[in-house]
Design a protein around this ligand. Structure first.
Ligand code: 0FV
Ligand code: MN
Ligand code: MN
Ligand code: MN
Ligand code: MN
Length: 557
């Protein structure tokens, strides 16, 4: 079966079953012989039998692929694209225009972004923020309300401007806590709360802002208007900085429509654009992906991971091909975690490592990616094998030892690598060598995926028999209770985001959409695992997300 799975990646069509090993009893290692010089009668020697092969028992797929195939959209019509074009010009003027109150411009930018329209107005937003940052009277920092200061801080930090945490000092009293008088101002608290997720390591004021606003916002629910209450609980559920653009757009379009001072032009554009983008996402269904329904059959969910990483309409090639790769990754992961016997895993790893893998054409790009791709797969399989070795040997790594390997075994480096070469026209060795070193931005991304995956999946994994994951490694190492360990790992998620926020300011031999795919992978993971294993058990919120993203257009009144 694995041979079939791997076939798109293989040069040689020698079946995997013809891989043979000779076991050296003294060293307990295996030597993989050349694929072609193999004695056909040799069989894998093992005590394991088919009867005691384990199964992960994941639930069957949720989606009927025939039904998925039948979705179609009215919005892939050119007339809608032309409509967007026209309205877009109006909105550009709005963003470019002079506004009496500078705050109004910041609010406009925030609204445009939350409606999912940022990608249409990158230039205009940059220009507007440049002027806020450079030309604005610096006194603005001292005159503005907390609400405005926090909004400005958040937008500038999001776009890579250097804004110190000190802008919040004047809202604090001598004891380094926020002034008690701010407690009743829910709008300001909410603004500061969202800003506080843009902190760096060591920023005590931002940490305090997060703690203060989280506590206060949890308290104020009930005393405020229903519309503000709805926003507060949405924010407490997941901060804006951690949310996926497209899913947030869906939610925010509904919310924005209810606002008294909403701009109908903007709303119209957002709805139209949402539906058009949705129709673009449906192209993937035509590409034969529906046939790739092997083990842990999660085609739609695999697509959602890729969509979360790179959602701009023009990168369909990444979404199509990377969906196949994730299907492969989860199959191989299940093989290492549960189905495979140790000896098979050794053989398989050696096979993947032997550089026979490849033949994936990127001819259009004129670049031979195979050695890089092959190495990524080999590193992944080696990381899987290490975990399987720990599991079968009953070894309990420390949290650090586990995480060093686990950032690779979660497959994020491979997926991020794909988000580079499948979206870039001119592939450079400099970029590839850089990616190969797993720079901090990729490590942070991988860690976010690993930690949130462990929080969401490790209880089930341990029950079915798998290596210890972060929560358990920490419990084992420190004697903490499960609850304490979970709180600790959750703290690591917050800490990793601070590192990511810094990483995003760096300069790289790489550009968009690769750079954004890093935080986006973390966001996608948080979306999948917030309420448990949304990937293994995808019939709840994951299904709702896919429905919003792919199936249901937004209605016009
Ligand atoms: C992880 O499964 C899994 F399926 C993922 C991460 C989906 C694929 C997503 C990407 C490749 C981005 P599981 O929890 O079984 O992974 P571990 O490593 O814990 O066995
Ligand atoms: Mn697994
Ligand atoms: Mn695994
Ligand atoms: Mn495992
Ligand atoms: Mn897991």
């Amino acid at each position: 079966a694995l041979q079939a799975v791997f076939s798109p990646f293989l040069v040689s069509s020698a079946p995997l079953a013809s891989l043979r090993s000779s076991k050296n009893p003294s060293s307990n290692t295996y030597t993989v012989s050349s694929i072609r010089c193999v004695a056909p009668t040799t069989t894998i020697t093992t005590d394991d039998t088919a009867e005691n092969r384990r199964s992960a028992n994941y639930i069957p797929r949720v989606w009927d692929y025939d039904l998925v195939q039948s979705f179609n959209s009215d919005y892939n019509d050119q007339k809608f694209v032309s409509q967007v074009y026209k309205v877009k010009e109006d909105v550009k003027c709005l963003i470019d225009g002079v506004m009496e109150v500078p705050l109004a411009k910041l609010e406009l930018i925030d609204t445009v972004q939350r409606l999912g329209l940022k990608y249409h107005f990158e230039k205009e937003i940059k220009k507007a923020l440049d002027s806020v940052y450079n030309n604005d009277n610096n006194n603005a920092w001292f005159d503005d309300s907390l609400y405005a200061t926090a909004l400005r801080f958040r937008l500038l930090r999001q776009h890579g401007y250097d804004v110190p945490q000190g802008v919040f000092e004047r809202f604090m009293d001598d004891k380094d806590s926020f002034k008690a008088a701010l407690r009743g101002d829910v709008k300001a608290l909410l603004s500061l709360y969202e800003a506080s997720f843009f902190g760096f390591e060591g920023e005590c004021i931002i940490d305090e802002a997060k703690t203060f606003t989280t506590t206060e916002l949890k308290d104020t629910r009930g005393h405020i208007s229903p519309s503000l209450a709805r926003k507060v609980s949405h924010a407490l559920d997941m901060p804006l900085h951690w949310r996926l653009t497209r899913l947030e757009a869906r939610w925010f379009i509904d919310t924005y429509e209810q606002e008294e001072d909403m701009n109908p032009t903007l709303l119209q554009l957002a709805k139209l654009d949402y539906n058009i983008v949705q129709s673009v996402y449906r192209w993937w269904v035509d590409l034969g992906l529906d046939k790739m329904s092997f083990a842990r059959d999660r085609l739609m969910e695999h697509y959602l991971w890729c969509n979360g990483m790179v959602s701009e309409p023009q990168y369909g090639a990444f979404r199509d091909m990377a969906t196949k790769i994730i299907s492969l990754i989860t199959t191989v992961d299940d093989f290492y975690d549960v189905y495979g016997f140790m000896e098979e895993l050794e053989l398989f790893t050696a096979y993947v490592d032997s550089n026979e893998i490849g033949y994936w054409t990127l001819k259009e790009r004129g670049f031979n990616i195979i050695p890089y791709l092959s190495k990524m797969w080999a590193d992944l399989c080696k990381a899987y094998l290490k975990e399987a070795g720990w599991f079968h040997g009953g070894y309990k790594p420390t949290l650090d030892e586990y995480l060093d390997n686990a950032v690779v075994s979660i497959s994020a480096p491979l997926m991020l690598f794909c988000s580079y070469f499948l979206t870039t026209n001119t592939i450079t060795e400099e970029a590839l060598n850089y990616i190969n070193k797993l720079p901090s931005i990729m490590r942070s991304s991988s860690l976010l995926l690993r930690l949130t995956d462990d929080l969401g999946t490790s209880s089930d994994e341990l029950e079915r028999g798998d290596n210890l994951k972060s929560v358990e490694c920490y419990m084992n190492e420190t004697g903490a209770t499960e609850e304490e360990a979970r709180a600790y790992i959750n703290g690591l998620v917050h800490k990793t985001w601070k590192i990511m926020n810094k990483d995003l300011l760096g300069s790289y031999p790489l550009s968009e959409p690769f750079l954004s795919a890093n935080p986006n992978l973390g966001r996608t993971a948080q979306c999948f695992y917030q309420y448990g294993d949304g990937h293994g058990i995808p019939d709840r919120s994951t299904k709702d997300h896919l429905t919003a993203l792919l199936v249901q257009p937004i209605h016009f009144n």
